[in-house]
Design a protein around this ligand. Sequence first.
Ligand code: 6MZ
Length: 363
Amino acid sequence: MEMEGWVSMPKVELHAHLNGSVRDSTLLELARVLGEKGVIVFSDVEHVILKNERSLTEVFRLFDLIHILTTDHKIITRITKEVIEDFASENVVYLELRTTPKKNDSIGMSKRSYLEAVLEGIKAVNTVDVAFRPHNADVSNVKRSSLINDTCNGSTRKKIYVRLLLSIDRRETTEAAMETVKLALEMRNLGVVGIDLSGNPIVGEWMTFFPALKFAREQGLYITLHCGEVPNPKEIRAMLDLLPQRIGHACCFEEEEWKRLKSLNIPVEICLTSNIRTNSVRSIEVHHFADLYNSKHPLVICTDDSGVFSTSVSKEYNLAASAFGLGRREIFQLARNAIEYIFADDEVKRELKEIFNSAELDQ
Ligand code: 6MZ
């Protein structure tokens, strides 16, 4: 199938890191400005941004560079707006965007003000209607009755649901992680639905994050964890014992861990290009997608970092289809199944099902 076919299909994106999803053109523009100010040497970073294959370690070095480029409330607002518009332009109808609230005293940034800048970015989106507050909160940001392709003033408007997950970086302390969870709880009626644990998988100890994650779970926040990006059986077991509502990656699982995951039926966020580029999985032919798909384990195809890995949800669907011999119908069904694994209420699920049903009739 042509790329256009994947682009036009409604899609659900559940694993996208804000700073990993920034357009190259924006990163280059930001690098140029910082180069002129003498903060960085533009030519040094240019080739790093226009990248290719890179190891997991190099990816985390790149994130440190991206964070230098995006350190500013205004820029956080801008990239949030652009990232949502980019996903919406390829017909993602439900997006869970995750980001790590950052504290930076030198520019007067707190975790809260960082998150407020993200929320500003959501409100600034103008190519598409954005529904980001839970239904039981204020719904004035978008007409409740409007579905996708709502006709407004004679023109057709698209709609995207956006929910936020706050990430805890594995470099953080227990206190910093706890601060993120408390912030998520305070911002619940503004579309924050859950907590993610991410960052360099060889950094940090599970017991550092556990108290904050346990607290988040007890408070009813949804939890998704980067799990098994590197071999670490002890941590994988502890993570599954927390009963997260989803996990990301699951690249380095052994027999025992697969058994446990499958018996718990925890949905897996699959990021094919990311896993291959970072060498977390040797090649697409041996990717665990195939086994999970064949055993009907809940999974969802996601991008991880569409900017860093030069991908999109459409490209990931296309890759899954060609690598595993799946047709449009099967991929459509996978996207529709993902509705069950989203961190939103039944009303949103019902509306998304309607969107998929009408898209199916259009085929
Ligand atoms: C683990 C990852 C990741 O939060 O600054 N991140 N963590 N594994 C991955 N696989 C390649 N890709 C991204 O977005 C960037 C941050 O997301 C996490 C890292 O902590 C990275 O610094 P935010 O918006």
